[in-house]
Design a protein around this ligand. Structure first.
Ligand code: N01
Length: 539
C-alpha cells in the first residue's frame, strides 16, 4: 500500500494543534493531525477528573476569531472540563477539523530521511492495533506541557486492590466518589480540585501533602447569557491586549514594584487584587513579585494571614499555611481554590504531611506511612503531575538521519532555537513546546501567537521550495543565554517545581519555558522573521 504523503503532520489536537491544522489548511497545504485521545481538546480530553476546570477567565480562554466566540457562551467564569470539551466541539462544528484528524492514534516513532528530506512517522491505532506510516515534509509537535503523566515509584503501588487512577488518565466514564474512602496524593492544581470535590461526598478523604499549596481564591461565579452578551462588546479589545501582556491574559503585572510603595499602599493593593481573585494576585501583582525576595515575602505573609482565617483547625496552620514560605510565592504554579481550606474543618477530612511522615509503601488495602499506620482506602488518586513540557516529545522514538534519538539529545537538558526547533532534527518544529512561553502563557493565546509565527515560517519555507530547515547550535546558545539572564534575576530556582523540571527524579533541572513574557518572545521571533529566519540553515 502506498504511504500517505503530507506537507505537514501535526501531533496533538489541543489548542496548538487545531490552530495549525486550520490555518495551514486554509492557505492550501495538505495537513493531517494525529491524536492519541478519542476526541479533541488535548489535556481537556484526558483530565476529566471531578473538579477539573480552567484557571483562566473562560471568556479569555478561547480562540480570538469572532466567528468562534460570537455564539459561544461559558456558563461559569471558570468553566469545567465538560464545558471546555463542548467548546472544542463547537470549534469543530465551525471549522470542520475532525475530518483531518486521526483519533485514538499514537505516534510510536519517526525518522528523518535525508535523501527525501521528509519524516516517516509511524502510528498505531490504540483501538484496532493497526499500524500506519505517514510521510511528511514537516513534523509539527503540538504535544502540550501535560501529555506525559508522572507516577512516582511508590513501593507496592501495583499491589493495591482498590481503584487507583492518575488524574490525567481518569476513566472517561467517570468514577463515583460517593461513600468511598479516598486518598489524594499531591496538592498541585489537580489534587486541590479533586480534594474539593471528594470532601462533600466521600466517607473519608485523606490528602497526602508534600509541599503546601499557596492557592489563590478562585471567586467562581455563574455567567448569564445577558452578561456574556455585554461582555462580548469588550472581547475584541481584550483579546487584542493578550499578546501585549506577560502571560497572555487581558491583564498584566502592575507598572510598579512592591518595593517602590509604602507598606500601607502595598497592603491596600494586595487586598484589592485578592478581592478580584483568580490569577490577578499572581500575574497582575507588583512587577517585582517574582524577582524581589522582600516583595515576594510581603505577599506571602498577606496570603498566609488571609488563609489562616479560613482554617478553623489551628493545629493545621503550620501544615497548610506555614509561618515561613515553603518557597517564594508564584515561582511554582499556584492553584485556584473554591473551598479548599474549609474542607479541613470537616470530620471526614484529614491531612498527612509527608514532610514529617512520608509514604513508606502501599499494601493491598491502602497506604502505610513512616509512622507505621496503615490508612485503608477504596480509591487512591494520583494527582502527582507530569513529566512536563518535554516528556510528551521525548516519549516518542524520534530519530534523525544518523539514527540519533531526540530523547538522547534532550538528556542533558532541552535546547532549542526560538523555542521552536532543535539542532540536529531538521524539518521538526514545536508549538507550545520547550523554551517557548507555553505554560507561562494562557494556552489559547500562546497557540495563536506562537502558532501564527510557525504558520508563516512554514508558509515561507514551502513557498520558497525550501526542502530542509534546521536550527543552528549558535542560535540555541543565544536563546539559552537569554533564558538564563532572566532566570538569574528571578526567584524561579528557589522552588522544586515542574517549571524547572525539578519534579521528576533524574531530569535535568532547567527552566523549561521562555521566562521573559509573551511580548518579549514575540519581539524575538518577529525580528527573526523580518531578517529571514537567520537562526536556521535552509536548503
Ligand atoms: O501536578 P503538579 P498537577 N510523593 O506537578 C506531588 C496544570 N493544571 O497535575 O509539590 C508525594 O503541580 C507534588 O508535591 P511537591 C497546571 O499548570 C491546570 O496538579 O512536588 N507527592 C505536588 O503536590 C498545573 O501546574 C489545571 O512537593 C508527590 C503534586 O504531586 C499543572 O497542570 C488543573 C510525589 C503534583 O503537582 C500540573 O498540575 C490541573 C511523591 N513522590 C492541572 N511526587 C487547571 O485548573 C509528586 N508529588 C487549568
Amino acid at each position: 500500500m502506498a504511504i500517505e504523503q503530507r506537507d505537514v503532520l501535526i501531533v496533538g489536537a489541543g489548542f496548538a494543534g487545531l490552530y495549525q491544522l486550520d490555518k495551514l489548511r486554509k492557505i492550501g497545504y495538505d495537513v493531517h493531525a494525529v491524536e492519541s485521545a478519542g476526541g479533541l481538546g488535548g489535556v481537556w480530553y484526558w483530565n476529566c477528573y471531578p473538579g477539573a476546570r480552567v484557571d483562566t477567565w473562560g471568556p479569555m480562554y478561547q480562540f480570538s476569531d469572532e466567528e468562534l466566540w460570537r455564539d459561544w457562551n461559558f456558563s461559569e467564569l471558570y468553566p469545567d472540563w465538560s464545558e471546555v470539551r463542548a467548546y472544542f466541539k463547537h470549534v469543530d462544528e465551525k471549522l470542520n477539523l475532525s475530518k483531518d484528524i486521526s483519533f485514538n492514534t499514537q505516534v510510536t516513532g519517526a525518522e528523518f530521511n535525508e535523501d527525501a528530506k521528509r519524516w516517516l512517522v509511524h502510528t498505531e491505532n490504540t483501538e484496532t492495533g493497526e499500524h500506519k506510516d505517514i510521510s511528511a515534509r514537516y513534523f509539527l509537535l503540538c504535544t502540550g506541557f501535560g501529555s506525559k503523566p508522572y507516577i512516582p515509584e511508590i513501593p507496592g503501588l501495583e499491589t493495591f486492590k482498590g481503584e487507583c487512577y492518575h488524574t490525567a488518565r481518569w476513566p472517561q466514564e467517570g468514577v463515583d466518589l460517593a461513600g468511598k474512602r479516598i486518598a489524594v496524593i499531591g496538592t498541585g492544581a489537580s489534587g486541590v480540585q479533586v480534594a474539593q470535590e471528594s470532601a462533600p461526598v466521600a466517607e473519608a478523604l485523606t490528602v497526602f501533602q508534600r509541599t503546601p499549596m499557596i492557592a489563590l481564591p478562585m471567586r467562581q461565579r455563574k455567567l448569564t447569557d445577558e452578561e456574556n452578551a455585554k461582555d462580548k462588546e469588550t472581547y475584541p479589545e481584550r483579546m487584542a491586549q493578550r499578546n501585549h501582556h506577560f502571560a497572555g491574559f487581558d491583564f498584566d503585572f502592575l507598572d510598579k514594584g512592591a518595593a517602590d510603595v509604602t507598606p500601607e499602599e502595598r497592603e491596600a493593593e494586595f487586598q484589592r487584587l485578592w478581592d478580584i481573585g483568580g490569577f490577578v494576585p499572581w500575574l497582575g501583582n507588583f512587577n517585582d513579585l517574582l524577582f524581589n525576595e522582600d516583595s515576594n515575602r510581603a505577599f506571602y505573609r498577606f496570603w498566609r494571614d488571609e488563609t489562616r482565617k479560613r482554617i478553623t483547625r489551628e493545629d493545621l496552620w503550620e501544615d497548610l499555611a506555614p509561618t515561613e514560605p515553603p518557597h517564594p510565592f508564584g515561582v511554582k504554579r499556584p492553584s485556584l481554590e473554591q473551598n479548599y481550606f474549609e474542607i479541613y474543618s470537616q470530620d471526614n477530612v484529614s491531612l498527612v504531611n509527608l514532610r514529617n511522615n512520608p509514604i513508606d509503601h502501599v499494601t493491598t488495602k491502602g497506604i502505610v506511612t513512616a509512622d507505621g499506620v496503615e490508612h485503608e482506602f477504596d480509591l487512591i488518586v494520583l494527582a502527582t503531575g507530569f513529566d512536563a513540557v518535554t516528556g510528551g516529545i521525548t516519549q516518542i522514538d524520534i530519530r534523525n538521519a544518523e539514527g540519533e534519538s531526540f530523547a538522547d539529545s534532550f538528556r542533558d537538558g532541552a535546547h532549542t532555537a526560538l523555542g521552536a526547533a532543535t539542532a540536529g532534527f531538521p524539518n521538526l518544529m514545536f508549538v507550545y513546546g520547550p523554551q517557548s512561553p507555553s505554560a507561562f502563557c494562557n494556552g489559547p493565546t500562546n497557540a495563536e501567537a506562537q502558532g501564527e509565527w510557525v504558520v508563516n515560517f512554514l508558509d515561507h519555507l514551502m513557498k520558497n521550495d525550501i526542502q530542509r530547515v534546521e536550527a543552528t547550535r549558535e542560535a540555541e546558545q543565544v536563546w539559552q543565554q537569554k533564558i538564563d539572564e532572566v532566570c538569574e534575576m528571578a526567584l524561579f530556582d528557589r522552588a522544586a517545581s515542574w517549571y524547572m523540571a525539578a519534579n521528576i527524579p533524574g531530569k535535568k533541572v532547567q527552566m523549561l519555558m521562555w521566562p521573559a513574557g509573551l511580548p518579549a518572545f514575540l519581539e524575538e521571533v518577529n525580528t527573526s522573521a523580518a531578517n529571514g529566519y537567520p537562526e536556521f540553515v535552509k536548503a
